[in-house]
Design a protein around this ligand. Structure first.
Ligand code: ADP
Length: 159
Protein backbone atom coordinates (compact mmCIF):
# COMPACT_ATOMS: atom_id res chain seq x y z
CA UNK A 1 0.00 0.00 0.00
CA UNK A 2 1.18 3.53 -0.75
CA UNK A 3 2.44 5.50 2.22
CA UNK A 4 0.25 8.39 3.31
CA UNK A 5 2.53 11.39 3.43
CA UNK A 6 1.69 15.01 4.33
CA UNK A 7 3.63 18.24 4.21
CA UNK A 8 3.47 20.48 7.26
CA UNK A 9 4.77 23.84 6.07
CA UNK A 10 5.45 27.12 7.83
CA UNK A 11 8.12 29.63 8.58
CA UNK A 12 8.62 28.20 12.08
CA UNK A 13 10.59 31.21 13.30
CA UNK A 14 10.77 29.79 15.88
CA UNK A 15 9.16 26.30 15.95
CA UNK A 16 6.73 26.26 18.92
CA UNK A 17 4.95 23.76 21.14
CA UNK A 18 1.82 24.58 19.12
CA UNK A 19 3.57 23.40 15.94
CA UNK A 20 4.88 20.33 17.77
CA UNK A 21 1.41 19.37 18.94
CA UNK A 22 0.11 19.47 15.35
CA UNK A 23 3.06 17.30 14.24
CA UNK A 24 2.39 14.71 16.97
CA UNK A 25 -1.27 14.47 15.98
CA UNK A 26 -0.35 14.48 12.29
CA UNK A 27 1.74 11.36 12.86
CA UNK A 28 -1.43 9.60 14.05
CA UNK A 29 -3.07 10.33 10.68
CA UNK A 30 -0.15 9.96 8.28
CA UNK A 31 2.67 7.44 7.83
CA UNK A 32 5.20 10.20 7.25
CA UNK A 33 5.40 13.97 7.58
CA UNK A 34 7.64 16.39 5.75
CA UNK A 35 8.15 19.53 7.83
CA UNK A 36 8.81 22.09 5.15
CA UNK A 37 10.48 25.27 6.33
CA UNK A 38 9.61 28.29 4.23
CA UNK A 39 11.37 31.60 3.82
CA UNK A 40 10.28 34.03 6.55
CA UNK A 41 8.86 37.33 5.36
CA UNK A 42 9.17 38.87 8.81
CA UNK A 43 11.45 41.87 9.05
CA UNK A 44 12.29 40.70 12.55
CA UNK A 45 13.39 37.18 11.56
CA UNK A 46 15.18 35.37 14.39
CA UNK A 47 16.84 32.52 12.54
CA UNK A 48 17.96 31.89 8.97
CA UNK A 49 16.26 29.21 6.87
CA UNK A 50 19.10 26.73 7.41
CA UNK A 51 19.21 27.40 11.16
CA UNK A 52 15.49 26.68 11.42
CA UNK A 53 15.87 23.47 9.41
CA UNK A 54 18.78 22.32 11.62
CA UNK A 55 16.96 23.05 14.89
CA UNK A 56 13.79 21.20 13.84
CA UNK A 57 15.92 18.26 12.62
CA UNK A 58 17.64 18.18 16.00
CA UNK A 59 14.30 18.25 17.81
CA UNK A 60 13.02 15.26 15.77
CA UNK A 61 16.32 13.39 15.45
CA UNK A 62 14.83 10.16 16.85
CA UNK A 63 11.61 10.31 14.83
CA UNK A 64 12.15 8.24 11.68
CA UNK A 65 8.78 9.20 10.17
CA UNK A 66 9.67 12.89 9.97
CA UNK A 67 11.75 14.52 7.28
CA UNK A 68 12.70 18.20 7.50
CA UNK A 69 13.31 20.11 4.30
CA UNK A 70 13.13 23.70 3.05
CA UNK A 71 11.57 25.28 0.01
CA UNK A 72 11.44 28.70 -1.53
CA UNK A 73 8.85 27.76 -4.13
CA UNK A 74 5.17 26.91 -4.23
CA UNK A 75 3.95 24.30 -1.78
CA UNK A 76 1.91 22.47 -4.42
CA UNK A 77 4.96 22.27 -6.70
CA UNK A 78 6.95 20.65 -3.90
CA UNK A 79 4.05 18.24 -3.26
CA UNK A 80 3.76 17.33 -6.94
CA UNK A 81 7.52 16.87 -7.38
CA UNK A 82 7.70 14.54 -4.38
CA UNK A 83 4.34 12.83 -5.07
CA UNK A 84 2.86 13.96 -1.77
CA UNK A 85 -0.94 14.05 -1.60
CA UNK A 86 -1.68 16.10 1.51
CA UNK A 87 -0.90 19.42 3.15
CA UNK A 88 -1.38 19.47 6.92
CA UNK A 89 -2.29 22.78 8.59
CA UNK A 90 -3.08 23.87 12.12
CA UNK A 91 -6.05 26.12 12.87
CA UNK A 92 -6.19 28.52 15.78
CA UNK A 93 -9.38 30.34 16.75
CA UNK A 94 -7.67 33.70 16.40
CA UNK A 95 -8.17 34.53 12.75
CA UNK A 96 -6.44 31.61 11.01
CA UNK A 97 -9.58 30.45 9.22
CA UNK A 98 -9.97 33.12 6.51
CA UNK A 99 -6.30 32.96 5.53
CA UNK A 100 -6.21 29.16 5.62
CA UNK A 101 -9.44 28.85 3.62
CA UNK A 102 -8.03 31.16 0.96
CA UNK A 103 -4.71 29.26 0.81
CA UNK A 104 -6.37 25.85 0.63
CA UNK A 105 -8.74 27.03 -2.13
CA UNK A 106 -5.90 28.55 -4.11
CA UNK A 107 -3.74 25.44 -3.73
CA UNK A 108 -6.69 23.34 -4.88
CA UNK A 109 -7.03 25.52 -8.00
CA UNK A 110 -3.32 25.12 -8.71
CA UNK A 111 -3.15 21.38 -8.01
CA UNK A 112 -6.46 19.53 -7.38
CA UNK A 113 -4.60 16.29 -6.58
CA UNK A 114 -3.23 17.78 -3.36
CA UNK A 115 -5.73 18.08 -0.51
CA UNK A 116 -5.41 20.18 2.64
CA UNK A 117 -6.16 18.64 6.04
CA UNK A 118 -6.76 20.84 9.11
CA UNK A 119 -6.27 20.01 12.74
CA UNK A 120 -7.70 22.37 15.31
CA UNK A 121 -5.22 23.60 17.84
CA UNK A 122 -5.32 22.12 21.31
CA UNK A 123 -6.76 24.68 23.78
CA UNK A 124 -3.43 24.84 25.62
CA UNK A 125 -1.68 26.17 22.50
CA UNK A 126 -4.32 28.39 20.93
CA UNK A 127 -2.49 31.56 22.01
CA UNK A 128 0.97 30.36 20.96
CA UNK A 129 2.38 31.92 17.80
CA UNK A 130 5.90 32.45 16.50
CA UNK A 131 5.28 36.18 16.16
CA UNK A 132 4.15 36.49 19.83
CA UNK A 133 7.27 34.60 20.89
CA UNK A 134 9.46 36.99 18.90
CA UNK A 135 7.73 39.94 20.60
CA UNK A 136 8.19 38.45 24.09
CA UNK A 137 11.86 37.80 23.36
CA UNK A 138 12.36 41.34 22.08
CA UNK A 139 11.07 42.59 25.45
CA UNK A 140 13.34 40.22 27.39
CA UNK A 141 10.53 37.86 28.48
CA UNK A 142 10.67 34.14 29.21
CA UNK A 143 9.39 31.89 26.39
CA UNK A 144 10.56 28.56 27.82
CA UNK A 145 7.06 27.17 28.19
CA UNK A 146 6.11 27.92 24.57
CA UNK A 147 8.90 26.15 22.66
CA UNK A 148 10.54 22.69 22.70
CA UNK A 149 13.70 22.36 24.82
CA UNK A 150 16.04 22.14 21.82
CA UNK A 151 14.64 25.36 20.36
CA UNK A 152 14.83 27.10 23.74
CA UNK A 153 18.50 26.25 24.13
CA UNK A 154 19.22 27.81 20.71
CA UNK A 155 17.21 30.90 21.67
CA UNK A 156 19.25 31.24 24.85
CA UNK A 157 22.51 30.95 22.90
CA UNK A 158 21.25 33.69 20.61
CA UNK A 159 20.84 35.85 23.74
P1 ADP B 1 3.23 30.81 8.65
O1 ADP B 1 2.85 31.95 9.56
O2 ADP B 1 4.46 31.02 7.88
O3 ADP B 1 2.07 30.24 7.87
P2 ADP B 1 3.61 29.29 11.02
O4 ADP B 1 4.94 28.74 11.31
O5 ADP B 1 3.12 30.38 11.91
O6 ADP B 1 3.63 29.62 9.53
O7 ADP B 1 2.52 28.14 11.07
C1 ADP B 1 2.59 26.98 10.30
C2 ADP B 1 1.30 26.21 10.50
O8 ADP B 1 1.14 25.91 11.87
C3 ADP B 1 0.03 26.95 10.10
O9 ADP B 1 -0.90 25.98 9.63
C4 ADP B 1 -0.45 27.55 11.39
O10 ADP B 1 -1.85 27.78 11.39
C5 ADP B 1 -0.08 26.42 12.34
N1 ADP B 1 0.10 26.86 13.71
C6 ADP B 1 0.91 27.84 14.16
N2 ADP B 1 0.83 27.96 15.50
C7 ADP B 1 -0.09 27.03 15.91
C8 ADP B 1 -0.64 26.67 17.18
N3 ADP B 1 -0.31 27.31 18.29
N4 ADP B 1 -1.54 25.67 17.21
C9 ADP B 1 -1.91 25.05 16.06
N5 ADP B 1 -1.44 25.36 14.84
C10 ADP B 1 -0.54 26.33 14.76
Amino acid sequence: MNKRVAIYAGSFDPFTNGHHEIVVRGLELFDELVILVAVSNSKKALFSLSERVDMIREHYKNETRIKVDSSEGLLVDYATKHRIGFILRGLRPTGDFDYEFHMASMNNELQPQVDTVFLMTHKDYSCVSSSAIREILACGGDVSKFVPTVIYSHLKKRG
